[in-house]
Design a protein around this ligand. Structure first.
Ligand code: 5GP
Length: 195
């Protein structure tokens, strides 16, 4: 499952809550060249690497996709994701729109990957949340807001969009969507096997 949301939309909290409710689900841990923020932990939130280490991983083909977001590089480790898919696990990838496009392009034909875009209730609320985080400069916040506007325009490439009004409601909507997605996938693979 790919879950995207503009920065500050509560994506990490949503993923954390889903993992609490579904201990058998997993989160894909991305590699990034940005430094750790606040309480973020190495190997849990991200693998924090140097620009050189990132380039080496890219050159070796270790990344399923990579993208530059706000001056830093982010990438999805390939072997981890492919292994979990092989095991039939529900894996959550919290990546941006560019990464989603690339993964759907490269794997979307072979695998059915559910994609969800989380919308902020409004840009005003998003700005308030970003300001409340106290981790970004006013210029960074302006950049994140205009990036959010661009990303929202591309939300139509996702299977489902959910407006994050309250955490509880969003989590239930994501679960309901995924359940429906899996039911339909089972139905269509059954149809393929019986025709
Ligand atoms: P942040 O620095 O706020 O954690 O993340 C910035 C943006 O990068 C978010 O939109 C996040 O979803 C995206 N991102 C995180 N990991 C990856 C990744 O592996 N690939 C891509 N394409 N985007 C990522």
């Amino acid at each position: 499952m790919i879950l995207s949301a503009p920065s500050g939309c509560g994506k990490t909290t949503i993923v954390d809550r889903l993992l609490k409710r579904h201990p058998d689900w997993e989160r894909s841990v991305s590699v990034t060249t940005r430094s750790s923020r606040g309480s973020e932990k190495e190997g849990q939130d991200y693998f924090f690497v140097t620009a050189k280490a990132f380039r080496d991983m890219e050159a070796k083909g270790d990344l399923l996709e990579s993208a530059k977001v706000f001056d830093h590089y982010y990438g999805t480790p390939k072997s981890f994701v492919l292994q979990r898919i092989k095991e039939g696990k529900v894996l959550m990838l919290a990546i941006d729109v560019q990464g989603t496009r690339n993964i759907l392009k490269s794997l979307g034909q072979k695998l059915s990957i559910a994609s969800i875009f989380v919308l902020p209730p409004s840009l005003k609320v998003l700005r308030e949340r970003l300001e409340g985080r106290k981790t970004d400069t006013p210029e960074d916040i302006d950049r994140r807001i205009s990036m959010a506007q661009e990303e929202i325009k591309l939300a139509r490439i996702y299977d489902c969009t959910v407006m994050n009004q309250t955490l509880e409601h969003t989590v239930i909507e994501v679960e309901n969507f995924l359940e429906k997605f899996q039911r339909e996938r089972r139905k269509s693979s059954h149809a393929i096997h019986t025709t």
